[in-house]
Design a protein around this ligand. Structure first.
Ligand code: ADP
Length: 588
């Protein structure tokens, strides 16, 4: 057996109990559902009883029964129909309600998980876990719970009835019960193992398809379609094999269980037909008894059929609970303030990514004055993004401290700290929503005038104004309808509107056409005017505008100087140029 094949019964029980907690507040509906299925279940022995009465009436040639019996049958079926409706409807109400709660809770939790959590998984796996797991749980709750209650009640009612008719004979069932239970537990273990394996493979398949879809251009340019197809096929086949194995276990379980129950039924028939027993009962009573035991294998078959669904549901629950059990970002600070001056101090800062081998930053110490414009320069991978991300506590610092206005950033309430910082990334992220909602991103309600004003400051109003739908223009996935320069100006408008005292700007490395370049540069000047700004600079022009240049190499600050000092030193300048993106504004 593989590593993933150790489902122990205690963990199943824990999962069940934890899932049951989601029924809190829904017990009224659940009770109604159980009552409905109870009515439905009870109608089964009633049908057996009806059979008994029919036979007796035939034996007695009772013509009065001509009216009574059809009326009774109609009554039983109406009773059964009402029970079925109430059972199904309230079951659906409970099931879909639990799923809604689980989805909301998981999504909410995901929004609070630390960056390190996202680094440790792939987006495809997370999306698969979020959706598939809830779907699996939903299947269990709506379909399996329904069958479990309905058939469980039916079996209890039928077994109760046959014990009531003749308990000695019915003892045979007590012999087969432990055999059946053993079989259930064996099948359950196998089913869980295969369900886990299948879901893991499906998570990988989701990641591969996500990568292929978002990099479709790259896939075509490298002609790597076959490579991608093979990768996807491997993952899907793995899941297919696991699912097939689980279906096999499920498909084997049902007939085996039925044969075992049939053995019990056959033994009872054998005993029933002994002269001593035949003497004691009327034909009607015997047929009633036989009808009741003959109904049992069907219910057992139905119960066996949901085994796969239940085990898949438990694997789904495991996946959801794994997400819910991941610790959210620590937020122990209590300090809040409406505004900050914007002084930032790094003091003896060391940092290593949880998964990184080398420290990403070492012994960083520097003070950034309020309103200062810092150009952060360094080769790719030197730690510039890491340093700026630590200011808004994307990761927890290992040793050393960062202060904002002389207060440790860990002492701020996380929301409050982040409300003072606006970030404009290199790859502009836009959401599939209207332009208005993309710019006024978040909870705060801004007026159209404020949004237009931000767009004007970001040099973006000129093209937004010309759009037929204006601020209501749908942006589309990742804003691909807009040019690179336009997207950057939209994201600058977003930062402007947030009006945070501190701005972290990762300058785009991709070259823009001259017109966009000038428009973006103007927008940046406008927005950084009165803010403490850290620009991860890729252009010489940006460096020239800075108050101070900080050069980082291999996680360490190697130089801090004014742009003039750096630009005056030709050796220094050529070293710096080698680190920058070659764009038309650079000499040479
Ligand atoms: P820069 O912004 O200067 O290009 P980064 O700050 O992105 O550099 O990266 C600094 C170092 O940290 C690099 O060695 C990089 O490989 C590593 N690194 C960056 N992000 C992560 C991460 N999420 N997990 C592990 N290592 C990372």
């Amino acid at each position: 057996m593989g590593k993933d094949s150790k489902p122990d019964d205690t963990s199943s029980l824990k999962l069940y109990i934890r899932l049951l907690k989601y029924l809190k507040g829904k017990t009224g509906h659940l009770t109604l559902s159980i009552l409905g299925f109870l009515v439905f279940g009870l109608s089964q022995p009633m049908l057996a009883k009806l059979m008994e009465v029919v036979i007796e009436s035939i034996e007695k040639q009772d013509t009065d029964a001509r009216w009574l019996l059809p009326a009774m049958a109609l009554g039983v079926y109406t009773f059964r129909g009402i029970g079925s409706f109430i059972g199904n409807y309230f079951n659906a109400l409970v099931g879909t309600g639990v799923i809604r709660d689980l989805k909301l809770e998981t999504f909410k939790h995901l929004t609070h998980l630390p960056a390190a959590f996202y680094d440790s998984s792939t987006q495809g796996k997370l999306i698969h876990n979020l959706n598939a797991s809830v779907k699996l749980v939903q299947n269990t709750i709506t379909n399996a719970l329904k069958t479990l209650i309905r058939e469980g009640i039916t079996i209890i009612a039928l077994v109760g009835y046959v014990f009531y008719l003749n308990w000695q004979l019915s003892m045979v069932f007590l012999v087969v019960a432990p055999i059946l239970l053993g079989l259930v537990s064996l099948a359950a273990k196998r089913l869980r193992k295969f369900a886990r394996r299948s879901e893991k493979a499906l998570g990988n398949a989701m990641q591969i398809s996500k990568e292929m879809i978002s990099n479709y251009g790259l896939v075509r340019s490298f002609g790597s379609q076959d490579y991608e197809k093979a990768r996807y096929e491997r993952a899907v086949n793995k899941s297919f094999e696991a699912q097939l194995k689980s279906r096999k276990v499920g498909a084997l379980f049902t007939p085996i269980a039925q044969v075992i129950v049939s053995c019990a039924v056959a033994s009872i028939v054998f005993l029933l037909l002994s002269p001593s027993i035949l003497d004691q009962y009327s034909a009607g009573e015997l047929i009633g008894y036989l009808t009741a035991i003959a109904l049992l294998p069907k219910s057992i078959k139905q119960l066996g059929g949901i085994g796969v669904t239940i085990q898949q549901g438990l694997v789904g629950a495991e996946m959801v609970f794994n997400l819910l059990d991941a610790s959210p970002e620590p937020d122990l600070g209590t300090h809040t303030t409406n505004s900050v001056q914007g002084k930032i101090e790094f003091r003896n800062l060391d940092f290593k990514y949880p998964k990184g081998k080398q420290p990403a930053l070492e012994n960083i110490s520097t003070i950034i004055a309020p309103g200062e414009l810092i150009a952060l320069v360094g080769p790719s991978g030197s730690g510039k993004s890491t340093l700026s991300s630590l200011i808004y506590r994307l990761y927890e610092v290992d040793s050393g401290k960062i202060f904002l206005d002389d207060i440790d950033i860990n002492d701020y309430k996380l929301d409050n700290l982040r409300s003072h910082i606006a970030i404009v990334g290199q790859n502009v992220r836009l959401f599939d929503d209207t332009l208005r909602n993309n710019i006024a991103y978040g909870d705060v309600a801004y007026s159209d005038e404020q949004i237009a004003d931000a767009l004007r400051h970001a040099n973006a109003w000129e093209f937004v104004e010309k759009l037929p739908l204006g601020l209501d223009t749908p942006v589309g996935e990742n804003g691909l309808k807009f040019s690179g320069g336009q997207r950057q100006r939209i994201s600058l408008a977003r930062a402007f509107l947030k009006d945070a005292r501190i701005l972290i700007l990762d300058e785009a490395t991709s070259a823009l056409d001259n017109e966009s370049e000038t428009a973006v540069a103007k927008a940046i000047d406008e927005i950084t005017a009165d803010k403490t700004t850290i620009v991860i600079a890729h252009r010489l022009k940006t460096i020239q505008k800075a108050d101070r240049v900080i050069v980082i190499e291999r996680g360490r600050i190697v130089k801090e100087a004014s742009p003039d000092q750096i630009l005056a030193n030709s050796q220094e300048l050529s070293r710096l140029e080698a680190m920058l993106t070659p764009t038309p504004d650079q000499p040479g």
